[in-house]
Design a protein around this ligand. Structure first.
Ligand code: IPE
Ligand code: IPE
Ligand code: MG
Ligand code: MG
Ligand code: MG
Length: 276
């Protein structure tokens, strides 16, 4: 990512500084890691062709975080253990930094050394889930559901769209780029969906029970703003049980790979137990 993007002192430097502030603040890098692990599971080796699409997802993800934190959306002051982009650089620059990361994620895929047909397929996939049929639909409904009674269906819609679809894209791409068969890609898609749902439920739980310093972001905000979260709708006990259920379903898919999936299995378990 560092080599791909313009230098931080390039003109006009404010934009490069701002997006680099958020990008290199130290996220968990779960999405690229997932993609690389799945690619390795099928391919039995790592080749550079996986790194650019994996990094592209991290650019896209960081864009969603910068915009999610803006005063007009979640209004958060901390992210990845640092002051948020808009707090340091102002909302105008943070908005543009997010836009840049979104565009650069597509640019990065287009610069990957893979066939043109594969590149087109990746860009098609990415734009399909990042736009108003996916991530933005999830974020939209998340905003609309603030301070409202929220049904389980709406809640699931939000979580699938704002979070799970991006993780699903990573698990699918890992298999696709390793030239796995269509049925394998489908299996990884299903794995990603379970993992993605568990991931956002755990994110909701950590907003209640987590530690702000460990998490690197503020806690207790979802309740304050009456966000549509699993703990708010189902209660804490049922939320934990559901995160565990999705994790177990994800693990069941991995079990069919035996020892080849040990790293993925460890990551899946970690994502349930994580404290950050
Ligand atoms: C936070 O994602 C936003 C959600 C979709 C829940 P992560 O928990 O992966 O954030 P980073 O990348 O580690 O900062
Ligand atoms: C954000 O969900 C999902 C995104 C698409 C960014 P949250 O609003 O719960 O994520 P955090 O808790 O701020 O990381
Ligand atoms: Mg949000
Ligand atoms: Mg948020
Ligand atoms: Mg959250």
């Amino acid at each position: 990512m560092d080599r791909f993007l313009p230098r931080k002192d390039d003109y006009p430097k404010e934009i490069h500084k701002a997006l680099r502030h958020s990008l290199f603040a130290g996220g968990k890098r779960i999405r690229p890691y997932l993609m690389v692990l799945i690619y390795y599971m099928y391919k039995k080796q790592l080749t550079p062709e996986i790194l650019m699409p994996a990094a592209a997802i991290e650019l896209l993800h960081t864009y969603t975080l910068i915009h999610d934190d803006l005063p007009e959306i979640d209004n958060d002051d901390y992210r990845r253990g640092k002051k948020t982009c808009h707090v340091v650089f102002g909302a105008d620059i943070a908005l543009l930094a997010g836009d840049s990361l979104l565009i650069e994620s597509i640019n990065m895929i287009n610069n990957t050394h893979i066939s043109v047909s594969k590149r087109i397929k990746l860009i098609k996939d990415l734009t399909a889930i990042a736009g108003e049929r996916g991530l933005i639909a999830g974020q939209m409904q998340d905003i609309l559901s603030e301070n409202q009674e929220c049904t389980k269906n709406t809640l699931e819609f939000i979580h699938i769209n704002k979070t799970a679809k991006l993780l699903q894209l990573c698990t699918r791409w890992g298999a696709y780029l390793a030239d796995a068969k269509a049925e394998e890609i489908k299996k990884m898609d299903e794995f990603g969906k379970k993992l993605g749902l568990a991931f956002q439920i755990v994110d909701d739980i950590l907003d209640v029970e987590g530690n702000a310093e460990t998490l690197g972001k503020s806690i207790g905000k979802d309740e304050k703003t009456r966000k549509a979260t699993y703990p708010a709708v189902l209660g804490m006990k049922k939320s934990k049980a559901l995160a565990e259920k999705y994790t177990n379903e994800a693990l069941k898919i991995l079990a069919t790979y035996g020892r080849d999936a040990v790293y993925l299995e460890a990551l899946t378990k970690y994502l349930l137990e994580r404290k950050k």
